[in-house]
Design a protein around this ligand. Structure first.
Ligand code: HEM
Ligand SMILES: *[C@@H]1O[C@H](CO)[C@@H](O)[C@H](O)[C@H]1NC(C)=O
Ligand SMILES: *[C@@H]1O[C@H](CO)[C@@H](O)[C@H](O)[C@H]1NC(C)=O
Ligand SMILES: CC(=O)N[C@H]1CO[C@H](CO)[C@@H](O)[C@@H]1O
Length: 281
């Protein structure tokens, strides 16, 4: 228990680099030092301005980087549009991805000062760091030098993004495949300290867990009562705070909630199902 805060702040730096190298290029801190020295302050200025007006955009922008990295590596493919509506953006799990216009704004600003230099994938990575800092989370150095991909496929997003009903072995495997450790899984799940979820993402845990109109027994029963008040039996569209009470602040309370069997998704609760992940809580 006591170790999680230090762990959190140490590891977030490592894990968040999401150093999944798409095309074998190597990343480094300060990749644009010569070619676009003002990039990082510029992105930070835009982010700070946006978040001061719209703090609820921080969570989806952090999440966007995660979604980008989990499908084809961190290559900006989550941003691509397809006329036939068949890109990653158009996949179901994107439903609550918001803030694409902020990425566009930061990219446009970067193009103005150093045209044709900075990748969209790097903009996403920088924005994810800066929104985290803007909601009182930790700072980490972002390695840059990602190159943008040109492919973005809806069905891939569906298969490669982990589902909220994933069990611990699926989660560990999914992270391992992307070069991320079991520690990374625990730490990065801590991203759920900010933001909201739609009832649809965990509704079955309240009302039909095994198909017998039952409740997930691993979920704290007092918490079940609270959640049932927010998400009525057929309500898939209402939203709840994932970290009630501090969903706008990047803190460590997510880990305390999970330890108290109040993780909202099965994928959060699953961190208690394994000795290695449980040891961090
Ligand atoms: C471990 C596997 C993960 C699963 C299964 C998962 C699943 C989900 C789901 C289902 C939602 C709610 C969507 C909705 O109903 O609106 C959500 C929200 C969110 N996720 Fe994750 N997630 C995972 C990991 C991560 C990671 C690694 C991060 C970033 C570090 C992250 C950041 C977020 C944030 C910030 C939100 C709130 C978005 C908002 O407020 O709009 N998640 N996640
Ligand atoms: C975890 O989920 C996967 C995919 O649904 C399934 O194949 C596997 O048997 C499950 N593992 C456990 C331990 O329940
Ligand atoms: C509960 O789940 C079962 C099995 O998946 C399904 O057949 C049934 O229609 C569900 N009931 C409700 C009320 O959603
Ligand atoms: C922002 C965005 O592109 N949202 C899309 C997500 O997916 C749904 C349906 O799959 C589309 O209708 C949205 O336009």
């Amino acid at each position: 228990m006591a170790s999680i805060s230090t762990l959190f702040f140490q590891l977030i730096t490592l894990a968040f680099a999401f150093n999944i190298v798409a095309n074998g290029q190597s990343l480094k801190v300060g990749y644009y030092q010569e070619t676009c020295p003002d990039l990082e302050p510029l992105v930070k200025e835009i982010v700070d301005q946006v978040i001061s007006i719209s703090p609820t955009l921080a969570p989806p922008l952090l999440r966007m980087h995660f979604h980008d990295c989990f499908v084809r590596g961190c290559d900006g493919s989550v941003l691509l549009e397809s006329p036939a509506k068949k890109s990653e953006k158009d996949a179901d799990p994107n439903l609550s991805l918001r803030g694409f216009e902020i990425i566009d704004q930061a990219k446009a600003a970067a193009e103005k000062v150093c045209p044709g230099v900075v990748s969209c994938a790097d903009i996403l990575a920088l924005v994810a760091r800066d929104v985290t800092v803007a909601v009182k989370g930790p700072f980490w150095e972002v390695e840059t030098g990602r190159r943008d991909g040109r492919a973005s496929i809806k069905s891939e997003a569906l298969h490669k993004l982990l589902a909220p009903f994933s069990n611990i072995s699926t989660l560990k495997k999914g992270f391992k495949k992307r070069g991320l450790s079991v520690k990374d899984l625990v730490v990065l799940s801590g991203g759920h300290t900010i933001g909201i979820s739609h009832c649809s993402s965990f509704h079955y845990r309240l009302y039909n867990f095994t198909g017998r109109l039952d409740t997930d027994p691993s979920l704290d029963s007092k918490y079940v009562k609270k959640l049932k008040m927010k998400c009525k039996p057929r309500d898939q569209n209402s939203i709840v705070e994932m970290d009630p009470g501090s969903f706008e602040t990047f803190d460590e309370s997510y880990f305390r909630l999970v330890a108290k069997r109040r993780g909202l998704f099965k994928s959060d609760a699953a961190l208690l199902d394994d000795i290695e992940t449980k040891a961090y809580l």
